[in-house]
Design a protein around this ligand. Sequence first.
Ligand SMILES: Nc1ncnc2c1ncn2[C@@H]1O[C@H](COP(=O)(O)OP(=O)(O)OP(=O)(O)O)[C@@H](O)[C@H]1O
Ligand SMILES: [Mg+2]
Length: 496
Amino acid sequence: MWYGITAVPMSQWSWAMTRVPREREDPEYRLLAPLSRSELRAEVWNAHSVKEFLQHPNSMPAGPLGRWILQHGGLASVRHYLSELQLGARQKRLLDAHLDHPDASVDTYCGAAGLAKSAFHNQRNALAEMLANHLNVWQLDEPKMPDEAALIYGNPPAAPELVIGRDHDLQGIKRLIGIAKPAVGHSSPPALTILSGWPGVGKTTLAAVLAHDQDIRVAFPDGVLWLSVGQNPNIFAKLSIWARPLGIEAANAQTVDELKGLLRAKLRGKRMLLVIDDVWEARDVFNFRLGECQCAMLITTRVQEVIFHLEPPPHNARIYSLSVLDGDRGIEILSRLAPTVVANYPDKSRELVGALEGLPLALRVAGLLLNAEAKIGLNMFGLLGELINGVKIIDAPVPPELTTLMAEVPSTVAALLQRSITYLPPRTQACFARLGALAPEPATFALDAMRDVWELADPVPMVRELIGRGLLEPVGEQRFHMHAVLHKLANSLLRE
Ligand SMILES: Nc1ncnc2c1ncn2[C@@H]1O[C@H](COP(=O)(O)OP(=O)(O)OP(=O)(O)O)[C@@H](O)[C@H]1O
Ligand SMILES: [Mg+2]
């Protein structure tokens, strides 16, 4: 006797079920959906018990499977349901093959593989349409099941390939998110954690590492929801990115609030990590925050004002400031990307890491440039000098992985950094550019110097604004630091 049961890995099953649209909530779906719950996984649906159940359909299995059958109308009803299912030859073969491996865990769903895949396919097409300018990111032909180990939904980046020197930070953020504590998000209010730092310091990269991390997987068994927000987001369109994976038809909602209500209802009781990447305005955190839901939330932003709004009560956001990399880690990035250059010019390479003040974005760009030019045998000493002194670094193209790390991908480093400038009032933009006239080594400025260069009687409000926008940081004694790479940008804007 065979039933319409297909063996699939658990992660694919739970993932696939989230993609079956709401209107497909037919008896088939409703009956088998609870099977995706992880507590039933290892114990119940191992090959042995499935085989036993199929061979002795009148005996009630013990343990969680028995309880599950009772919850679903008892043995007779489950058997009746099973007997009505269509059985395909392929499914029989799959089950056969699976049962021949007694150690394999069998997670089941009935005849819905094609359905789930086509639902995913449709969803991917819909998303691709929405993200028309990112079409190249989506591979439209082959529906792809997610990474076995990770349940990451929304528009997440892939796990970054090159991440140097962030183990300590990773642990620090995990502590803030609270995953060291036993019951995540159950008794205490859900945690709101902000990862902040200079543009290009690696906030998104680290959040992506976290999203793919095994500890996160365990602490948030229902997965990670990712959203790249960017500037001036369309809230409804952005929230819709979360709707499909949670089994919601965004079209059923008329307003943002309605859509949030649907999402909230779906998330109730779920343990998920919500990553909101690249936030520019504190209000966007509220737009994407789904109150009542017991999920932890991680936000990345280069804008300090977001922190000023969210750190104090009642929000009590926990802040993690991501620092630039130290000299050794900086050299490690360059060595990985341009090994012969670093081997041949160790001192100059160190000087470059110093000039770029350990900013991963700039180091990555420099490493790619050096490697490309080393291959065609150009004078590396000259290029190293240009990278250290000039605007070469900010005019360079952005690294290729940013096409998956960011919502809107600028073409050059300058364009990427200028996202912090172009949304400022013209007067603030001008004051930022004028700081390019001050001596850069290192770019820490006294209040008096800024007063002079800005020709303002009271420079403090402007200083405050630039700090709020993440373009200056206080270093004590009325002095303020601008990252060397931002200073290069200011300098180039001034020359324009
Ligand atoms: N630890 C690291 N090791 C190697 N490369 C890194 C590291 N962190 C970041 N990068 C690289 O630096 C670049 C910028 O990283 P990322 O986009 O994560 O920065 P960000 O802080 O999110 O910037 P933004 O403020 O623009 O959002 C990427 O190309 C990324 O691959
Ligand atoms: Mg980012």
